[in-house]
Design a protein around this ligand. Structure first.
Ligand code: NAD
Length: 256
């Protein structure tokens, strides 16, 4: 039997066919899940609609995570369509480009707030609204993080602080939602060339370093992240919650 047969999944964070969220959507569809996709704005909508259609996803909705009304509307529609929700994938991050290069000392008050709001608080905002639909369903929340939330990487700057907040939110949410059967986990992915990654200064250097130093001596693919996402959101991981699971060719175990 397919691993996600009969499950209803809402996926936030598809921007194009290179998005990690898109690989997750494709893998979930292959494993039998029914999908709802959201898009951040009208430019992104043009790319997301045809992708959603190609997977037979009928629920495609706008959701800028800075807007509580849009978030509420997504879960109202999902409630009407499905009556409940089994999986929530949060694959969203944003920071001002000029703060993803050079010195961390260039971080502004405004840039700090924006990065933390879009990249970390949004997980809490989505979980809060999804909660009534997920309660009592052996449901699963999944987000995407990066090792730069645990250790210092050149240029990752404010996004590292946001990922640290995100990973701690995973643990607090796991505790808050666990009594109702809802699991909350993160995948800490190795560097992958996507739209978001292109905004991080020196990305190519980071990726080539991983290729040289990671135990597997290579970078990871979107599909490999999606494979672990299927596991974490399936009943195979039914006792796993509050975890940050590395899918990074083993890079994080290396000291020097
Ligand atoms: P991506 O650019 O395809 O995805 C980022 C998504 O965030 C986009 O869909 C974008 O529309 C969305 N977004 C930005 N601001 C938003 C807002 N205000 N409201 C709603 N959506 C908004 O890039 P990706 O690499 O697939 O990133 C997905 C996640 O994976 C991010 O959290 C990223 O930090 C994380 N991640 C990426 C890498 C990598 O190397 N690519 C590594 C580890 C973790």
């Amino acid at each position: 039997m397919a691993l996600l047969e009969g499950k209803k999944a809402a996926i936030f964070g598809v921007a194009n066919e290179k998005s990690i969220a898109w690989a997750i959507a494709e893998a979930f569809a292959r494993e039998g899940a029914e999908l709802a996709l959201t898009y951040a704005n009208e430019t992104v909508e043009k790319r997301v609609r045809p992708l959603a259609e190609s997977l037979g996803s009928r629920v495609v909705l706008p959701c800028d995570v800075r807007d509580d009304d849009q978030i509420k509307q997504v879960f109202t529609v999902i409630g009407k369509e499905w009556g409940g929700l089994d999986i929530l994938v949060h694959s969203i991050a944003f920071a001002n480009r000029e703060e993803l290069k050079g010195s961390f000392l260039n971080t502004t008050r405004e840039g700090f707030g924006l990065a933390l709001e879009v990249s970390a608080y949004s997980l809490i905002a989505l979980a809060k609204e999804a909660y009534p639909l997920m309660k009592g369903r052996a449901a699963s929340v999944l987000t995407l993080s990066y090792y730069g939330g645990q250790k210092v990487f050149p240029s990752y700057n404010i996004m590292g602080v946001a990922k640290a907040a995100l990973e701690m939110s995973v643990r607090y949410l796991a505790e808050a939602m666990g009594p109702d059967g809802i699991r909350v986990n993160a995948i800490s992915a190795g560097p992958i060339k996507t739209l978001a990654a292109a905004g991080v200064g020196g990305f190519n250097q980071i990726a080539s370093h991983v290729e040289q130093k990671a135990p597997l001596r290579r970078n990871v693919t979107q599909e490999e992240i999606a494979g672990s996402a299927v596991y974490l959101c399936s009943d195979l991981a039914r006792a796993v919650s509050g975890e940050v699971h590395f899918v990074d060719s083993g890079y994080n175990v290396i000291g020097l």
